[in-house]
Design a protein around this ligand. Structure first.
Ligand code: 5GP
Ligand code: MN
Length: 334
């Protein structure tokens, strides 16, 4: 952590009475919620009684166990409250995203806000508009960066068990349980410190990964047996799901989380994609192995972005046209 930046953050945290908001990206994942709640508990402990956390929309139930979850304001559910929290904030933290557009309907209120804006994030190409930016693509997760900020400000002893659980969840989910984005020894040092705080890794792993409903498990089976398409010549595998497919399995928020990773688990495949029909667009998820850059693919062709090996975006064509376009891109090497 850069000393000057930490000192600047320390100065921003001097006024504990200022209204403070923590915001995450739309469709938040384990790292977004875990890093944000980790920071939320820290700020509470520091005396920020008025700190609030806002998510643009609802998130999967396998993240609801995190301490502090009941205090998260979901903008889709309570738009007035979410907007007021952001526009009244004197201090605003944006976690796990690198540009206001990633917060969907909160984009305008975030960019209009007069608050001191702090970004903590590990995606490439951070955008302008922030007073203080902690951005490091080498970090496994935003949760890791939140740990580093707290440790640099107050020392590791300031981390409580509640913070540790949330930060651990962020690291575990963003590394696919320590299977990618985690070749840095520092990640394991931080995890060791979190375990020392009393985190039960095996138990949290079950809370996150072993809570499938029967419908979700059957949907996964259907994806793999009926919907998986392989373009062997181009080492690509993809799955597409229509609204009808999702209705058949009584789809719930988060049920398709992780499905795309299975396509990448096929030997020889280095590009995996998942296309999901939503209202007015197709949500696209990409995963890749090695040097293949799906962040570029998502940015250039799907109004999106992400990391080199995990990215997402949207297509505004119908499913048939979207898949045809994808085939064309794959065959010409993007
Ligand atoms: P997922 O495929 O799991 O939704 O997202 C994978 C990665 O891509 C995450 O790091 C996420 O932040 C990023 N991502 C997903 N959708 C979008 C999008 O619409 N825009 C941008 N910029 N990034 C996205
Ligand atoms: Mn992340």
């Amino acid at each position: 952590m850069n000393k000057e930046q930490i000192e600047k953050l320390g100065r921003l945290l001097l006024d504990k009475n200022q209204p403070t908001a923590i915001v995450v990206h739309a469709n938040p994942d384990g790292d977004a919620i875990g890093s944000a709640l980790g920071l939320y508990h820290f700020l509470h402990q520091e005396g920020f009684a008025g700190v609030q956390m806002v998510s643009p929309n609802a998130y999967p139930s396998f993240l609801h166990w995190m301490p502090g979850n009941d205090h998260v304001i979901v903008a889709d559910v309570a738009p007035g409250e979410a907007m007021a929290v952001i526009s009244n904030a004197g201090l605003l933290f944006c976690l796990d995203f690198n540009g206001f557009g990633r917060a969907d309907q909160l984009e305008q209120v975030l960019s209009d806000s007069k608050a001191h804006k702090v970004m903590i994030d590990h995606h490439p190409q951070p955008e302008d508009g922030f007073h203080l930016v902690f951005s490091d693509t080498r970090a496994s997760s935003t949760a890791e960066l939140v740990y580093e900020c707290i440790a640099a400000l107050k020392g590791g002893d300031a981390i409580t068990l509640d913070m540790a659980k949330c930060l651990y969840a962020g690291i575990v989910t963003d590394t696919g349980s320590f299977s990618y984005g985690c070749n840095n020894p520092r990640t394991y040092e931080i995890v060791a410190r979190l375990i020392e705080k009393g985190v039960d890794g095996a138990y949290l792993h079950r809370l996150i990964y072993s809570t499938y409903s029967v419908n979700r498990m059957r949907l996964l089976g259907y994806c793999l047996s009926e919907k998986l398409e392989v373009i062997e010549t181009h080492r690509t595998a993809y799955i597409s799901l229509t609204k009808k497919d999702l209705e058949r399995f009584n789809h719930r928020e988060g049920d398709t989380e992780g499905v795309v990773n299975y396509a990448l688990d096929i030997e020889g495949i280095n590009l995996a994609a998942l296309f999901i029909e939503k209202d007015g667009h197709i949500k696209v998820s990409f995963r890749s192995a090695g040097e293949l850059d799906v962040n570029r693919l998502a940015r250039e062709y799907y109004h999106g972005g992400g990391h080199k090996n995990a990215a997402g975006g949207k297509s505004y064509h119908n499913m048939k046209k979207t898949l045809a376009g994808f085939h064309t891109l794959v065959k010409k090497g993007f």
